[in-house]
Design a protein around this ligand. Structure first.
Ligand code: FES
Ligand code: FES
Length: 168
């Protein structure tokens, strides 16, 4: 089997203890994915596994065998920025930028979760088919991604803009 990383097949590590985060950063030099806490608390290492957000520091690389991994390097469409990347720039959704790859990967999966009707802790009506993405919803759904620079207001503005454009 092989792991598809941003469309390219790579061999899984022989050592089953290697995390997906270490495979990406240390072996494939995809350093866009960041190491924060390395224990599942900050979200800096978030990537997409078959389109779902996962914490790569808590995911073994062998768990991605036969599956598709997308990192921040693979999110853009060719040379064009992903709409979330452009919106983060427009709304000052970052300062140092360290949390940004994880924020953007998480947000891209989160927007799909919303369109699929996945409720959050603050969704009032669990049977609601079309969830309105309020600031409160975004705060809750992005609460696993911390920003030590405190850029959360810009992050929410950026995500809200992309969600509004998608809904238009
Ligand atoms: S580095 Fe993975 S959650 Fe912090
Ligand atoms: S922009 Fe610095 S940690 Fe978020």
């Amino acid at each position: 089997m092989a792991i598809r990383v941003n469309g390219t097949e790579v061999d899984p590590p022989e050592d089953a203890r290697v995390s997906l985060l270490d495979l990406l950063r240390e072996r494939l030099q995809l350093t866009g994915t960041k190491v924060g806490c390395n224990q599942g608390a900050c979200g800096a290492c978030t990537v997409l596994l078959d389109g779902n957000r996962v914490l790569s520091c808590l995911t073994l690389a062998v768990q991605a065998d036969g599956r598709e991994v997308t990192t921040i390097e693979g999110l853009a469409d060719g040379d064009g920025l992903h709409p979330l990347q452009a919106a983060f720039i427009e709304h000052d959704g970052f300062q140092c930028g360290y949390c940004t790859p994880g924020q953007i990967c998480a947000a891209s999966a989160m927007l799909r979760e919303v369109t699929e009707g996945v409720p959050s802790y603050v969704t009032a009506d669990l049977a609601e088919e079309h969830i309105t993405l309020s600031r409160e919803e975004i705060r809750e759904r992005m609460s696993g991604n911390l920003c030590r620079c405190g850029a959360h207001n810009g992050i929410i503005d950026a995500i809200l803009q992309v969600a509004t454009e998608k809904a238009a």
